[in-house]
Design a protein around this ligand. Structure first.
Ligand code: NAD
Length: 648
């Protein structure tokens, strides 16, 4: 069947794209649209055209698989020019999403009708490119330049109502969007030969402060170039003639499409979608997730409960005693209030979430929860006791999960009569925000437990990555490895602020030492102390972090790697003294490190540990490791992840 059909009903031609799942603008679709243009030009009775899509959405973008390849004719800019220069008006009927090339297509039409639930956007920068088919030239002829800059440089889609307000669509329609488009098409037909969007003047508005935008984007994009190129294209649209601006845009697009940044972003795009392969094969019925138990309502437990509540589950949260349960309930309420304040959720949703939360101290109350997630202190004995108690009260088919960061899931599973129902569900903080979920498969973890992990990730809209059991699973193990090497660098001559600056210069949102100060240094300190007894005598060990903690510097709440008295992280001579003393004690002659050398060392440690994780079968693929580092540890997305960089 053809992916583009053209049916003529009286004076109106209906062009329908049907290219599941999201009507991507593949070569066949472009060819189909070009053919429809020629067909319609031959039909003298046709006075207007309605362009719509079958399925759940309008065109959601280019065919990403074609992006890294040599472009195949017909090219989208040429197809859009055919539509735009047609003798009769084309009206796009947008439902679902019109993204990227999809929105460029709609903008090349002479009118746009959108369903009230539609979303429209130009997310190209998230793939390291910019609109390449006239999007940056046509957009500021429909919306103000400020709105255009916002849309193109952030890549964030807007809802139909906002699109209507800014002028991107002409009409909204709650029901039959094709019918409404037909009516607009008739009106436009009555006005003679339609004016191409590109022939319209730029929308008048206050002058854009290009310098301010550039400074802002440089800060925000952390080294990614596509947002700045997008800004440049819009500036061209203002300062050049239409033909020159179109060709300058195409040149930028083709150059970016072939760039390392675009390859990295495409890699991570597909890696996210392909993550959690081992879960896809788990042939079992997952536990019902409409009611979930959570044990421990501290930072993580409260975040996990919030995530579940916002996804529509009922949650019963168990704490150590009545007063801890009350505090945990208040913590969840605070987190939900925070989401409400940031405008992420509506008042109704916040009310419904709070009403679905129960708290208490009685484990028996968890018996009606098909899944229970434990997030108590990171202590094997405490957690084993929790699993013992759960084993006594939970029905046989309940799935029991631990949010442990480092502990041995197999040893926890031993404490229960059926270890096949135990798995690790390692959330990241804040758990209601972070997109990553490490699903830890113990030696005995069964298909139902894995299927439940997969179903939970889907319900919470998280990206699941399967990890085997080892100290720290995928992410924390890699972090522990490079953290150790960074301390060696401190001992050898680097300073915390130099390591942080090198990482931030590379594109991390925050350097390692600022992150450590933010999370607090005490937990890692306790872990190092617990492991001291089993550490091989000949293993290199840097004592700087221990000495810092012994000096009472435990992180951001007081002092840590930095001094926070002024409200921001300021390098502290006291810390340098501790570092210098330790270099001398270890007999190291301090030397200078360049930012490149620091980053090179961090990357090679990440890559070596990642390779070891792969060799041991802890991760399912190198791409999964990249997903973990990008989504969980602030690795810059536009670099694609450490394993991608190793291959490149
Ligand atoms: P936390 O100290 O903030 O909270 C732990 C909570 O568990 C406390 O409220 C405590 O009262 C409760 N608790 C302790 N023993 C209990 C018991 N027997 N029954 C019921 N409740 C009990 O700790 P956290 O940071 O939320 O960490 C919890 C778990 O999540 C740990 O295993 C940790 O390693 C893991 N984790 C933490 C992070 C993080 O960034 N903080 C990230 C991922 C995983």
């Amino acid at each position: 069947m053809s992916v583009v059909t053209c049916e003529i009903h009286g004076a109106v031609a209906h062009v329908v794209i049907d290219n599941p799942p999201v009507n991507a603008l593949s070569q066949q679709v472009r060819a189909g649209l070009a053919a429809a243009c020629s067909d319609i030009a031959r039909q003298k009775d046709v006075r207007a055209v309605v362009l719509s899509c079958a399925g759940r959405s309008f065109v959601a973008g280019a065919d990403i698989r074609e992006l890294g390849q040599t472009p195949q004719e017909p090219f989208l800019p040429d197809v859009l020019a055919l539509i735009e220069n047609a003798a009769v008006p084309w009206v796009a009927a947008v439902h679902g999403t019109a993204l990227g090339g999809g929105l460029e297509l709609a903008m090349a039409c002479h009118g746009r009708v959108a369903s009230t639930s539609a979303k429209l956007g130009l997310p190209e920068v998230s793939l390291g490119i910019i609109p390449g088919s006239g999007g940056t030239v046509r957009l500021p002829r429909l919306v103000s330049m400020d709105d255009a800059v916002q849309l193109v440089t952030t890549g964030k889609p807007v809802a139909a109502q906002a699109a209507k307000t800014m002028g991107l669509v002409d009409r909204l329609c709650a029901e039959d969007v094709v019918k409404e488009a037909e009516s607009l098409a008739h009106e436009l037909a009555g006005k003679g030969v339609p004016q191409p969007t590109r022939a319209r003047p730029l929308v008048a508005g206050p002058p854009v402060d290009w310098m301010a935008w550039e400074a802002e984007l440089r800060k925000r994009s952390r080294g990614a170039v596509a947002p700045l190129e997008a800004l440049g294209a819009l500036r061209d649209a203002q300062s050049l003639g239409v033909v020159e601006a179109l060709s300058a845009e195409r040149e930028r697009f083709l150059r970016l499409a072939a760039s390392e940044e675009a390859a990295a972003l495409r890699h991570i795009f597909f890696a996210e979608r392909g993550a959690g392969q081992g879960l896809k094969t788990a042939q079992a019925e997952p536990a019902d997730l409409s009611r979930v138990g959570v044990i421990g309502g501290g930072t993580m437990g409260a975040g996990i409960a919030t995530a579940l509540l916002l996804a529509g589950s009922q949650v019963h949260l168990v704490e150590r005693d009545a007063s801890a349960a009350e505090t945990a309930g208040a913590r969840v309420a605070d987190t939900i209030a925070g989401s409400l304040k940031r405008g992420v959720i509506s008042q109704d949703k916040a009310d419904a979430a709070l009403a679905a939360l129960g708290t208490g101290q009685d484990y028996a109350a968890l018996a009606g929860c098909p899944l229970v997630i434990e997030a108590v202190f990171e202590d094997l004995d405490v957690k084993r006791e929790v699993f013992n108690k759960l084993d006594a009260v939970m029905p046989d088919d309940a799935v029991l999960a631990t949010n442990t960061s480092y502990l041995d899931v197999n040893r926890l599973a031993e404490t229960t009569r059926d270890p096949s129902r135990i798995l690790g569900l390692h959330f990241f903080s804040p758990a209601h925000v972070m997109k990553l979920l490490e699903v830890v498969r113990g030696d005995a973890t069964g298909a139902r437990a894995l299927a439940t992990g997969a179903a939970l990730a889907k319900r919470l809209r998280k990206v699941p990555v399967v990890a085997g059991v080892c100290d720290g699973f995928i992410g924390n193990r890699i972090m522990a490895a490079y953290r150790r090497d960074c301390e060696f660098m401190l001992e050898e001559g680097a300073l915390p602020q130099q390591i942080d600056a090198a990482m931030e210069g590379f594109g991390f949102a925050m350097g390692l030492y600022k992150v450590q100060d933010m999370s607090g240094l005490d937990i890692a300190w306790a872990q190092r102390k617990a492991r001291a007894a089993t550490r091989p005598a000949d293993e290199r060990y840097a004592r700087i972090a221990d000495n810092l903690c012994e000096a009472g510097r435990l992180g951001r709440k007081g002092k840590g790697w930095y001094d926070y008295a002024s409200g921001t992280a300021v390098p502290d001579p006291e810390v340098e003294k501790i570092i210098f003393a330790e270099s001398a004690r270890a007999g190291r002659t301090r030397r200078d490190f360049t930012p490149e050398e620091i980053m090179q060392r961090i990357l090679s440690v990440m890559q070596a540990e990642g390779q070891a994780i792969l060799n041991e079968g802890i991760a399912e693929s190198a791409a999964d490791i990249d997903v973990v580092m990008v989504l969980g540890y602030g690795f810059p997305r536009h670099k694609g992840g450490p394993m991608f960089m190793a291959r490149a």
